[in-house]
Write a new protein. Structure first.
Length: 395
């Protein structure tokens, strides 16, 4: 479905080109991928979209049995006060029933209750039915397959085995990760800069979207490293992890628990709360830029021509100069150029107009200039004065 065709700047060909870039060629471009232009807001093309879904399901002979143990996929998951863990599951095969034992990724449970998208409580759901279910022992990941098993013990055993295997992969260093000491050492030496993040959100779907968004924020200059994710309020464990990792805590549509907020203040852990994704991303981008070393740019200040030299008691050799452009100030950064070759870079040590010290001299006036630790002046030399301005670092 190519959505939002009601907008003035809608460009279906651009969408089709982007699909083609991912090896998905639509039918009207000579491929096999079905595309239907729609507007969900204006309800345009919805009928045609449903017709194409049914037609392709028939052509592909997509069929499911209601007699086998149920299989499905977790679309969304969240934790609610008073209700516990709730997951939206799409049944793909078999019939899902209240009381079924199941395993889903690294979680398991027994189905306690099931409701439709209209909030109606039901006892069973067949293929192609989305339902909200409760009974998980932990929050599953969006995209985790759900499989009904004959008993709860087997479901628990499989989930625990998967968790153990996952921990072993992390401990074995596959893929290898830096220790905190190594990480901080590399940051200090400028080899790499990373922003560790503990991420909490209201639902698992938001966690997945934010993880992907934060991953895309990483650049060659600064990496975002999500060290922990979870669903529900920000806990004391989250704060302790952030404190140990020198990470910031990002909360999306969640709040810190009372004890967690007090602990964060004590441990000086930065907790940032947001309800709009783009605001969270903007703030994180600013935090990443803060890890970069500032850069500077040179701004021309003035140009001075040396016309003669003379010696002054207590000051040594002084250059008699004429300010051609701009101005020069006492303590200005300068370079001395002779025959288009820079022979000195440093600062002005003294600046005089006649016999008086001067704070600055502007174009069109003569002055005497002495440089720090340099006195080899020659008539015709050029002194270029400049300043260095800090430029905000960008990613």
């Amino acid at each position: 479905a190519i959505n939002k065709i009601d907008k003035e700047n809608a460009n279906q060909d651009r969408v089709k080109k982007e699909l083609a870039d991912h090896n998905l060629l639509v039918e009207d471009w000579g491929g096999e991928t079905v595309s239907v232009p729609i507007s969900a807001l204006k309800k345009q093309g919805i009928g045609e979209l449903l017709e194409m879904v049914l037609l392709n399901a028939e052509l592909l002979e997509l069929k499911a049995s209601q007699e086998v143990p149920a299989q499905g996929v977790v679309l969304e998951a969240r934790k609610e006060v008073g209700r516990g863990i709730i997951a939206t599951v799409l049944v793909q095969n078999g019939t899902l029933r209240v009381g079924d034992s199941f395993v889903s990724g690294k979680t398991w449970g027994r189905l306690r209750a099931m409701t439709t998208d209209l909030g109606e409580r039901i006892q069973e759901a067949g293929p192609a039915t989305p339902v909200e279910v409760t009974g998980f022992n932990d929050v599953p990941q969006a995209g985790d397959p759900l499989q009904v098993l004959e008993d709860e013990a087997k479901a628990r055993s499989i989930a625990e085995f998967r968790s153990h295997e996952d921990r072993q992969r992390v401990l074995s260093g596959a893929p290898a990760k830096l220790s905190l000491d190594q990480l901080f050492s590399r940051i200090e030496t400028g080899e790499v800069k990373e922003l560790p993040v503990v991420l909490k959100a209201d639902v698992q779907g938001s966690v997945e979207v934010l993880k992907e968004t934060l991953h895309k924020l990483s650049t060659d200059k600064v990496k975002v490293r999500v060290i922990s994710t979870g669903v529900g309020g920000i806990s004391t464990n989250d704060v302790l992890l952030a404190s140990a990792s020198e990470a910031i805590v990002l909360g999306f549509n969640v709040r810190p628990e009372r004890n967690a907020a007090d602990l964060a203040e004590k441990e000086e852990v930065d907790i940032r709360l947001h309800t709009v994704i783009y605001e969270l991303v903007d703030e994180l981008r600013s935090a990443m830029a803060g890890l970069l070393e500032p850069t500077f740019r040179e701004v021309a200040q003035g140009r001075v021509e040396i016309r003669e030299t003379f010696k002054v008691p207590k000051f040594g050799t002084i250059a008699g100069c004429h300010v051609v452009e701009g101005l020069v100030r006492r303590n200005s950064s300068v370079r001395l150029v002779r025959d288009n070759v820079v022979v000195y870079e440093g600062k002005i040590a003294s600046l005089r107009r006649f016999k008086d010290d001067a704070a600055e001299v502007r174009a069109g006036f003569d002055c005497g200039i002495g440089l720090e630790r340099y006195n080899d002046f020659k008539p015709g030399d050029i002194i270029e004065a400049y300043t260095r301005e800090e430029v905000a670092a960008t990613l």
